[in-house]
Design a protein around this ligand. Structure first.
Ligand SMILES: [Zn+2]
Length: 79
């Protein structure tokens, strides 16, 4: 019984050490968080005119993304 407890503690300690080692590289995360909050998010390119716009504002058509309904209707440039 005692041996099992020691084994459990050893496994626990190993996991804790691994977790700490992995988190050690992300010490600067607290400082980078405000910058991430101000990020504009995913930018996508209009398949017709090449304009870059946030994914939330893009219009999807035929598996492509466009800056507006008009370009979605016109389709990809050169087609
Ligand atoms: Zn466009």
């Amino acid at each position: 019984m005692g041996r099992l407890l020691i084994f459990a503690l050893a496994v626990f300690g190993l996991i804790w050490l691994l977790k700490r080692a992995l988190e050690g590289h992300t010490d600067g995360d607290a400082r980078q968080a405000p910058r991430a909050r101000g990020a504009p998010g995913d930018l996508v390119r209009c398949a017709h005119c090449g304009l870059h716009l946030p994914r939330a504002d893009a219009h999807g058509a035929g598996g492509r993304l466009y800056c507006g309904e008009e370009h979605a209707r016109l389709g990809p440039e050169g087609e």
